[in-house]
Design a protein around this ligand. Sequence first.
Ligand code: PMV
Length: 301
Amino acid sequence: MKIEVSAPGKLVLLGEHAVVYNRPCLVSAVSKRLRLKMEKIKRKLFQIERSDKKGFVKTALKNFSDKYGLDFGVKIKTQNGFSLQYGLGSSAAVTVSVLKGLAELAKIKMDKRELFNLAYQTVLDVQGVGSGFDVAAAIYGGTIYFKTAGKVIKKITDFNLPIVVGYSGIKADTPTLVRRLAKEKRKHPQIIGKIFTEIEGLVKEGKEALLKKDWPKLGKLMDTNQKLLENLGVSTEKLQRMIGEARKAGAIGAKLSGAGGGDCMIALVDEKDRTDVEKATRKAGGEIVKLNFSAEGVKLE
Ligand code: PMV
């Protein structure tokens, strides 16, 4: 038996970092998908071909087997739908895809919440830190209001968003940045805590703005969120330059997405300004990543 599974990547509209500390974020699944081919084999053997995510695949296999048992082997091959590039969440997408595929091959019914719990556990086993928002985006798809460890996972919209995505050319090291902020937070609990609470306020307002498609409001919130991320010390010169140029070219609001230290910028635009904003982003050294927002969650192809 052979199957193919795919899961979307993600970008964070508002709320990164604060979401690690019992606060919400807004995350959207994007149309760049990770694809995985899985084949059931008789021998209890796991063959993983050409994967840059072996740690996640192996741990997902182990966690699935511990929970449900496995009386067959599998051959797994990841496709280059998107690789590690761009920081779109390939670790979560690969983990979710493997678990979804195993459930299908083993004919086990796993609902979205069970899949989330097992996938989130797997990511924590491998990486040690993380809120789980990327796992939720890979499973549920759409644009999600998410709270730490999946305490709340609420799909709020299914429509595409008018956003230009620019890759800064530098791969962010998420676990290192999360640990660095944890250290900062221990040193300055009040200051960092206050910033996180401000971010929480932005996310809540952002949810309403998004539902009403109030782009000027959402743009403003993105700008404020970026300022707060700068205060947390996770932005970079390159990202700042891209954000500055995008705004000058007409972006309604712009910020980094994810842990910072690199990866992508997202700039909310009026469609009539998209080309200008893309040009300006390129001029600042960014690479435009063409994709749609609110993509479909994990599925069998
Ligand atoms: O770097 P990314 O795109 O995986 O995003 C990390 C977001 C953090 O809030 C910093 C960490 C997390 O797991 O929520």
